[in-house]
Design a protein. Structure first.
Ligand SMILES: *Cc1c(COP(=O)(O)O)cnc(C)c1O
Length: 356
């Protein structure tokens, strides 16, 4: 028996989503201690979680299976957003909900306005949905006409991101209305909405084909805990609840997420610091003369690197312990994305940028 003959053959080119490496692995590769690294490559919250969130995680009932109905968490999220618990589904990060939605629809194709988050293409391919990349316009706004054509060509899901990763711009409301009028499921990924841009959660009441995704990974500093949620029409939510893995949200994630919501008012101060730091970083980098920031509503900034190659800039920064994101995609070869950190992280970044 040949193992290969038992396996799918359509996944051989699946290296699309390149996840970031663990910090200790990176530190060993670069030859610096972990404490010397400035991690500005994955849009994480470098302040980390609120102390009460850590306390809640520590006291989670680890010996008991989690609630498959996610009742307490869905109610807490519903109160936070002023919707009903039946509109909400929680997942092992927003990524889990993306996968649940794809498996619920099993579309022939999925429309992905590019450049954007690489996970959409990766998950589409795993579920044998054809990713239809729909290039954004030169200013990175959506191309609504081209999206309409993608839906006519069989895209049963359109993934929109607001603000978009890595370009930082939000989806405009009129364009979203036009896309929701099409015969397709429209997913608006609001992974960065707590940092800026206007949420479209209120539109779910009047748009049964609209799903909004959120995550605790970015604003709450819980990327490693893996917890996110969707908000949608209750009928769609109930189908998602039936299809998800029963225990997808573990007890630590459940407790941590609820504590983060309970302490939102205080965490908001950290969010405000990150937003202020984003703007300071963009201004200081622009003053260097060769980095051009795009306006961003998220916790990162995309910079055009001018005459230099982004991969070289990223490598030079990395050799000094500063990690930023660069891309292989042709439409992003001249850009680097830098996450907003604490003031000391920006200071280190600028010191290294002045050296290279
Ligand atoms: C980071 C990110 C996510 C990931 O969310 P998780 O909750 O960590 O799975 C989803 N969407 C976008 C656009 C992101 O940048």
């Amino acid at each position: 028996m040949k193992l290969r003959e038992l396996l799918r053959t359509d996944l051989e080119d699946l290296e699309d989503y390149v996840p970031v490496k663990p910090l200790d692995v990176l530190a060993a590769e670069i030859g610096l201690p972990v404490e010397r690294l400035v991690k500005l490559d994955a849009n994480e919250n470098l302040y980390g979680p609120h102390p009460e969130v850590l306390e809640a995680i520590r006291s989670a009932p680890f010996h008991i299976y989690p609630d498959p109905g996610q009742q307490a968490l869905r109610e807490a999220i519903a109160r936070f957003l002023d919707v009903e618990a039946e509109n909400v589904v929680a997942g092992t990060g927003a990524d889990d909900l993306l996968d649940i939605l794809i498996r619920l629809v099993m579309p022939k194709a999925i429309a992905i306005p590019t450049p954007t988050f690489g996970m959409y293409r990766f998950l589409a391919k795993i579920s044998r949905a054809k990713p239809i990349e729909v290039p954004r316009r030169p200013n990175f706004d959506l191309d609504v006409v081209a999206l309409k054509h993608a839906v006519q060509a069989g895209a049963g899901i359109v993934f929109l991101t607001s603000p978009n990763n890595p370009t930082g711009n939000p989806v405009n409301r009129a364009e979203l209305e036009a896309i929701c009028a099409l015969d397709t499921l429209v997913v608006v990924d609001e992974a960065y909405i707590e940092f800026g841009g206007e949420s479209v959660v209120s539109m779910i009441a009047s748009h049964p084909n609209l799903v909004v995704l959120r995550t605790f990974s970015k604003w709450a500093g819980l990327a490693g805990l893996r917890v996110g949620y969707s908000v949608s029409d209750p009928e769609l939510a109930s189908h998602m609840m039936s299809l998800k893995q029963p225990y997808n949200v573990n007890v630590a994630a459940d407790a941590g997420a609820r504590a983060a919501l309970a302490h939102f008012a205080e965490i908001k101060e950290t969010i405000a610091s990150i937003v202020a730091e984003r703007d300071r970083m963009a201004r200081l980098c622009a003053e260097l003369g060769w980095l051009t920031p795009l306006p961003s509503q998220a916790n990162f900034v995309l910079f055009a690197v001018g005459e230099r190659r982004a991969v070289d800039v990223a490598a030079a920064l990395r050799s000094k312990g500063v990690l930023v994101r660069y891309y292989e995609r042709p439409d992003l070869v001249n850009y680097i994305r830098i996450s907003a950190g604490r003031p000391e992280d920006t200071d280190r970044l600028l010191a290294v940028l002045r050296e290279i």
